[in-house]
Design a binder for this molecule. Structure first.
Ligand code: GLU
Length: 445
């Protein structure tokens, strides 16, 4: 890392002790930014990096609610409003027991660059709670969401901060959150949240967008090697919203997706995963992959272990941060891996990224490859602002244009900085320069 940047990075780490994931995300971005500061000393003079690493606002709050047995439960709520140089803070809410400030800050930090890369007018933010929705009834989830919004509502708005979903927050949760916002404020402010239901201000393609976008981005990378998804053997991790739609899109493009996972294990389905059955098990029944294996012949279910033991030519990590380490990366490379498209946020450790790059594997980092979700959220905001709703075809066409555009921006930035094919460099520099220019123009804020 450039010595000037290393000194700034060390200060950031010291000022934010114990936030391992935030440290990792900052380090990864800083490793790309040396050459930009050679060309733009004005960014150093204006302390752009120091400012970027300090969120504009961080909100932490108590979320009290009662469970179905009438017991009082207390969770912690977060919203980190990281950067508003390009537009209102934009980013999802994650409900998962692992959530703490370090996770929310890593996600918010990544979101700044991801959102800049989309070319849409959105700043970066993220939030969530250590609430675990798993095993909770609809009524418990509703009471939790209502309590969460009873504090959050005062901080958000269509021109201020626009939350959406992430792990543990889907259509059901956005519905309860939106209902409570509307009730408290007495405003039908559609643009305050994205990921809404289609009959009340949501956008077609938003549920599919992150997974579809990841595959579109990966297809663009494959094209640079004169190939495509046709005939590829694909392994996807996760089996939530992002994974399901990545599997569907990859198979629509002619690939066979042979494996996916949940937090208990993974399935290997050599015939290609049956997306209809997977959706039935995961989305309708809120069940586990074990149930999928029980209902379809020729499927192996492996409890525990890692899905990265399954050989693939294309890997799409769509589960969570740091799920793919250096050893797994080395194994995948030995098995003939061609490309990795990150559907999750920071799923590959820094060691894994180094292994992929060293081996010449095409590697699309999450902040570029999974930007289709938030980009389609921005399309939802556009439809809300114009009180319009677009067709599936039109919205998917816009998503495709945006993903092809992000690929082009990353690739051309990597070329410009003398490291062709380095999408990590291209994404970090491409996103950073856009935000840094806007921050310079807006003065010391
Ligand atoms: N949570 C998603 C992400 O990581 C989507 C955020 C949004 O739509 O605002 O980008």
């Amino acid at each position: 890392m450039d010595a000037r940047l290393e000194a700034i990075r060390d200060t950031v780490l010291a000022r934010n002790p114990g936030e391992a994931e935030f440290h990792q995300a900052v380090t990864e971005v800083f490793e790309s930014l040396g050459p930009v500061h050679d060309r733009h000393p004005e960014f150093l003079e204006a302390a752009i990096l120091e400012r970027l690493c300090e969120p504009e606002r961080q909100i932490i709050f108590r979320v009290p609610w009662t469970d179905d047995a009438g017991r009082v439960q207390i969770n912690r709520g977060f919203r980190v409003e990281f950067n508003s140089a390009l537009g209102p803070y934009k980013g999802g809410l994650r409900f998962h027991p692992s959530v703490y400030l370090g996770i929310v800050k890593f996600l918010g930090f990544e979101q700044i660059f991801k959102n800049a890369l989309t070319g849409m007018p959105i700043g970066g933010g993220k939030g969530g709670s250590d609430f675990d929705p798993r095993g909770r009834s609809d009524a418990e989830v509703m009471r939790f969401c209502q309590s969460f919004m009873t504090e959050l509502y005062r901080h958000i708005g269509e021109y201020t901060d626009v939350p959406a979903g992430d792990i543990g927050v889907g259509g059901r949760e956005i519905g309860y959150l939106f209902g409570q916002y509307k009730r408290i404020t007495n405003r039908y402010e559609s643009g305050v949240l994205t990921g809404k239901g289609i009959s009340w201000g949501g956008s077609l393609v938003r549920p599919e967008a992150t997974g579809f976008g990841t595959v579109i981005f990966t297809q663009e990378m494959l094209k640079t090697r004169g190939t495509s998804f046709e005939g590829q053997r694909v392994v996807v991790s996760g089996s939530g919203n992002v994974a399901i739609h990545a599997i569907a899109k990859a198979q629509a493009l002619g690939a066979t997706v042979v494996a996916c996972s949940d937090s208990s294990g993974y399935i290997v389905d050599e015939a290609g995963i049956d997306v209809g059955l997977l959706r039935e098990v995961k989305e309708v029944e809120r069940g586990r992959l074990k149930d999928y294996a029980g209902r379809r012949g020729g499927v192996a279910y492996v409890g525990g272990g890692t899905v990265w033991d399954v050989d693939a030519t294309v890997a799409l990590p769509c589960a969570t941060q740091n799920e793919l380490d250096g050893d797994a990366a080395a194994r995948l490379v030995r098995g003939g891996l061609l490309a990795v498209g990150e559907g999750a946020n920071m799923p590959s450790t820094r060691e894994a990224v180094a292994v992929f790059q060293e081996a010449g594997v095409l590697f699309g980092p999450g902040k570029a490859a999974n930007a289709g979700g938030v980009a389609t959220s921005a399309l939802e905001m556009q439809q809300n602002a114009s009180r319009d709703s677009w067709s599936f075809e039109h919205t998917e066409e816009r998503l495709t244009e945006i993903m092809v555009g992000i690929h082009h921006r990353c690739a051309s930035t990597a070329d410009e900085y003398g490291d062709p094919g380095n999408y990590v460099l291209g994404a970090n520099i491409g996103g950073f320069v856009k935000v840094a220019d806007a921050m310079l123009a807006q003065g010391l804020i």
